[in-house]
Design a protein around this ligand. Structure first.
Ligand code: SF4
Length: 484
């Protein structure tokens, strides 16, 4: 008898996993489970139209269905050079729009990709990438996160000499510093980043542009530049008391923990914010020994960043399983200090007010003050783009959006000739798979700009906008509709 139900994936026991950075919350499909789940896919590729990076999802799912995970990996590599990473942490909007959603559940696209990628410890033989001869062009990539690594990979395999500049002592960008190790193990990062670099990328760690090397020098010594610096400048709330020593921004908190620091967060932690970074900070705090962790968000549950999506729901479910508490519709207005430490957080309850059909706004009800004891406060309140490393001369000619992001053309090039940009600092989606899409686009753009398209291997060029019709937004709408 045909079984249309999605094959359930096992989860690690929450009580066990919350004590460890090593245990992944989501386990992996076995061979038979992966084949059974993939076999539910009808190969319509509606999902591909919602995938920012235009992966041939129907193609790679069906390869696993016929017992050929190697082919799954090969197909993913057409546009994306780290399938095991994305197979763990993608926002997987493709699943929100999957046509099987109402017939037993969407195909577990993300889990299948992870299953296939984890089968291979080295992609070298699988992909059989011929070493391309240097074709005489040099490109600098600034920032070693997902977008920079993708660009470095696809340019290198075309014979471009790529130098990748990273200001931190390790590659990976947000994948290394912002996603905790229990969701994305170090071995997975090492395997996939190692493979990318092995294509001949010249890596300069601990090298900050604008400080260790000037942007002008980079421009003069390369034929094109790809900027993928992410959003590193923390946005702090400025709440009175936020200068206390136990108040920290989430990006710094997660970065320090990712480099192995054991931060003493005490027993009671408040995380300000409602998005994915707030979730990661709260669950990291639990793993550092906190007993009571509260996520405080000024709006309603349905207003939180990332919602509506299956991914946002899954991450919240996992946090709740790990005993993280959510406090909706509140405005923290003071961190009460004793000496140099915050010991209490004072807040108002909000009411949501809608004016003239606009988005509901949180308005604090100030006649009653609430307070909570705290040992540690983490502000997961966003980051900003910072292009000051370029220096005034270049910045003057860089066209920016009102939000301070560089404006790029169809090819990913900024208003500066030969300077391309992508990833979180440039797109509005600010997720890994969109960062990959930007790099794919820029690789094609850079090769055209360098006038070397007649020398490249076309089969190795990222494929742009495969069967584009829907968008990630339509996936969100589809999910919202089904969740009602
Ligand atoms: S939409 Fe669902 S059924 Fe169709 S190809 Fe994608 S995963 Fe398979």
């Amino acid at each position: 008898m045909l079984n249309f139900e999605r094959v359930k994936i096992a989860h690690e026991d929450p009580q066990k996993r919350v004590k460890s950075f090593q245990l992944e919350p989501v386990k992996e499909y076995s061979d038979s489970e992966a084949v059974a789940e993939s076999s539910r896919c009808i190969g319509c590729n509606i999902c591909t139209q919602a995938c920012p990076a235009s992966l041939d999802i129907g193609g790679y799912i069906n390869s696993t269905a016929v017992g050929d995970p190697a082919q799954t990996v090969r197909i993913v590599f057409e546009n994306l050079p780290f399938p095991a990473i994305i197979g763990r942490v993608c926002t997987h909007l493709c699943e929100d729009i999957c046509v099987m959603y109402d017939t037993g559940g969407p195909i577990a696209i993300r889990h299948i990709k992870r299953y296939a990628a984890d089968k291979f410890s080295d992609y070298g033989q699988l992909l059989n990438l011929p070493r391309k001869k240097f074709i005489g062009k040099k490109v600098a990539v600034i920032g070693g996160g997902p977008s920079g690594l993708t660009a470095a990979f696809y340019l290198s395999i075309q014979g471009i000499k790529v130098t990748l500049y990273e200001k931190l002592p390790a590659l990976g960008g947000f994948m290394k510093t912002g996603i905790p190790r229990y969701r994305l193990p170090q071995e997975v990062l090492d395997k996939e980043i190692g493979f990318i670099i092995s294509q001949g990328v010249d890596v300069r760690l601990n090298t900050e542009i604008g400080k260790d090397v000037s942007f002008d020098d980079i421009m003069k010594s390369h034929d094109a530049v790809y900027i993928s610096v992410g959003n590193q400048k923390p946005h702090m709330t400025g709440t009175p008391g936020s200068d206390a020593e136990n108040v920290i921004h989430a990006t710094e908190f997660l970065r320090r923990v990712s480099f192995g620091e054991i931060i003493d967060v005490g027993k009671s932690v408040v995380v300000i914010g409602g998005g994915f970074t707030a979730n990661d900070s709260s669950r990291t705090s639990m793993r550092l020994g906190a007993k009571n962790v509260y996520i405080m968000y000024r709006r309603r549950e349905i207003d939180r960043p990332g919602y509506p999506s299956m991914n946002a729901d899954e991450e919240m479910e996992e946090s709740i399983e790990e005993m993280v508490n959510y406090v909706w519709e509140v405005t923290p207005f003071e961190y009460v200090k004793e000496g140099n430490r915050a010991v209490k957080l004072r807040y108002w309850q909000n009411e949501m007010v809608t004016e003239k059909g606009g988005r509901a706004k949180p308005v604090p009800i100030k006649d009653k003050v609430h307070e909570i004891d705290v040992d540690y406060i983490i502000e997961a309140t966003g980051q900003e783009t910072d292009y000051s490393f370029m220096g005034d001369e270049y910045l003057r000619n860089l066209r920016l959006t009102p939000q301070g992001q560089p404006i790029t053309n169809e090819a990913g090039m900024t208003s500066l000739k030969g300077v391309f940009s992508g990833g979180d600092s440039t797109n509005a989606s600010r997720d890994l798979i969109s960062a990959v899409r930007d790099a794919d686009k820029a690789v094609n753009g850079i090769l055209s700009y360098l006038n070397v398209m007649d020398q490249v291997n076309e089969d190795r060029l990222p494929i742009l906008d495969r069967w584009k019709k829907f968008s990630p937004t339509s996936a969100k709408m589809a999910y919202a509709e089904r969740s009602r």
